[in-house]
Design a protein around this ligand. Sequence first.
Ligand code: CP
Ligand code: NVA
Length: 298
Amino acid sequence: MSIRHFLDLDRFDGATLRTILDIAKDLKANGGAPLPGKQLAMIFEKPSTRTRVSFEVGMRQLGGNVIVLTAAECQFGHGETIGDTARVLSRFVDAIMIRTDFPSKMEELAAAATVPVINGLTHETHPCQIMADIMTFEEHRGPIAGKTVLWSGDGNNVCHSWIQAAALFGFEMRIASPADLQPSAAVVEWARAQGATIVLGDNAQDLAKGADCVVTDCWVSMGFEEGDRHAQLRPYQVNESLMALTNPDSLFMHCLPAHRGEEVVNEVIDGPHSVVWDEAENRLHVQKGILAWCLNAV
Ligand code: CP
Ligand code: NVA
């Protein structure tokens, strides 16, 4: 059987992603430790709070163990190739999670590894996050199929995974971003080729009517600190006047960390539409579902 990597949503069909969510839901509801003695190595080339803690706690709850590797402390940060790192780690551990900058590094790792590799965020995508977001939406509002999600802000890695999810879970995705911070054309084209409705614009207010969920993210993603995007992205701030244009029962989501007063105001992130803490908690349950699926344990 081929190795069950979890690299990007566009490598999957909707049924497999639904299976992973079902595993996550079952583990959330009923617990269980189907990975006794299994070892997960986590490579971090960027900072993390939620991804690190949710994978670590999740793996332990599943009965396994975790080893955290940071570039500063490991040989891959000092000249050893990613491929050689993958070959060696595969002799020690049962799965590898990587958070890195360029997706090509993740691909190199997956190509050389003989154990599953999980994408914990790259410059281009953040699939684990969006699996947790779908789970959260559906817990609050039922099936996401047929709903409308508005992204307001930088067309970044998190936005890309939302666009891919729109194609696989059957919802409409609208993206309001400045012209030079629009999402990747290739990602949009892929989703449209699958039949997804992806609406692009540069005015969040124009796209807000009828939205069932509003999502945003930081204005400056890790690794994109050059220049100043603040003035450019200020019109995309999620505030009460933007939320007022959406459906009355719309949800607000943010992968976190939030920059209060920038991409979102306190009145929204702490207000009645917000489900950001449930969203963060679901990272734990979804990581467990992904780990159990990758290791074919349930
Ligand atoms: N949302 C998310 O991935 O958070 P961390 O950067 O803290 O892992
Ligand atoms: N877009 C953000 C997400 C952080 C979880 C970043 O890449 O920094």
